[in-house]
Design a protein around this ligand. Structure first.
Ligand code: NAP
Length: 257
């Protein structure tokens, strides 16, 4: 990665937390925000080496980043992620709730733990981090919260009832938060990716992937950078200052209203 010239570093002096930034979409978001000058907290659950590699990539390019382990589905760990960032870096300007998992199966075969683990991380984790970060942002009277949902939460996908429910929940939660936080200049928006090339989609069967491809008007799977570009825009000031409570589908045209 390369940092943009200083005059184009629109997020200089901003502190951004990206949950689940060791791999995939979160990693691309962390790198993208760093190119425009943000100091990035690269959160991860288990992949410490991958997270440190993201930090190294940013710092070697002249940017600023730290890695911070926290399972954001756990209240104490989510709170620690935010409080440690505030203590070490002084602010929390941008929170990207990106960490997520799938446990795909039909509901008839779905175990309660498959349901619960997906809700715990993909929905409760968003609540926990948003609650903790918004306390800091309210005092700052500014902030950007960007939640990564999915087309699965917009249109529903068979075999993903747990994931569709969690992601639809994120969309509703974000609208409510947009209203709760608007008076202090804090915006809350959602990016809903379609099918993106990451470890998560590597797990899908090849014939299913081919079937999905036929339904994507742009005839390709997305790349993590396709999502990172939208997140960077939503974090930008003043470009996105008048946008809140919205969901942006970045999906090659898969979902059209
Ligand atoms: P991924 O490649 O599987 O990466 C998941 C990331 O989440 C990793 O950095 C992982 O950290 C982290 N993570 C997992 N459990 C965590 C926990 N309990 N606490 C904190 N971090 C945790 O996934 P991805 O495809 O990039 O997906 C990122 C987001 O986009 C998710 O919210 C996903 O639902 C959403 N999304 C993805 C697609 C897609 O097609 N890929 C489509 C729509 C939406 P470790 O490396 O430490 O495990």
């Amino acid at each position: 990665m390369e940092l943009l010239p200083e005059s184009l570093q629109t997020l200089r002096d901003r502190v951004a937390i990206v949950t689940g930034a060791s791999r995939g979409i979160g990693r691309a978001i962390a790198l993208e925000l760093a190119t425009v000058g943000a100091t990035v907290v690269v959160n991860y659950a288990r992949s410490s080496q991958a997270a440190e590699a993201v930090v190294a990539e940013i710092t070697e390019a002249g940017g600023s980043a730290i890695a911070l382990q926290a399972d954001v589905s756990q209240p104490d760990e989510a709170n620690h992620l935010i409080s440690h960032t505030k203590k070490e870096l002084g602010r929390v300007d941008i929170l990207v709730n990106n960490a997520g998992i799938t446990r795909d199966t039909l509901v008839l075969r779905m175990k309660l733990e498959d349901w619960q683990s997906v809700i715990d991380l993909n929905l409760t984790g968003v609540f926990l981090c948003t609650k903790a970060a918004s306390q800091v942002m309210l005092r700052q009277k500014s902030g950007r919260i960007i939640n990564i949902a999915s087309v699965s939460g917009v249109m529903g996908i068979a075999g993903q009832a747990n994931y569709s429910a969690a992601k639809a929940g994120v969309i509703g939660f974000s609208k409510a938060m947009a209203k709760e936080l608007s008076s202090r200049g804090i915006t809350v928006n959602v990016v809903a990716p379609g099918f993106i090339n990451t470890d998560m989609t590597q797990e899908l069967k090849e014939d299913y992937k081919q079937q999905v491809l036929k339904e994507i008007p742009l005839r390709r799977y997305g790349e993590p950078e396709d999502i990172a570009g939208m997140v960077r825009f939503l974090a930008a000031d003043p470009a996105a200052a008048y946008i809140t409570g919205q969901t942006f589908n970045v999906d090659g045209g898969l979902v059209m209203g």
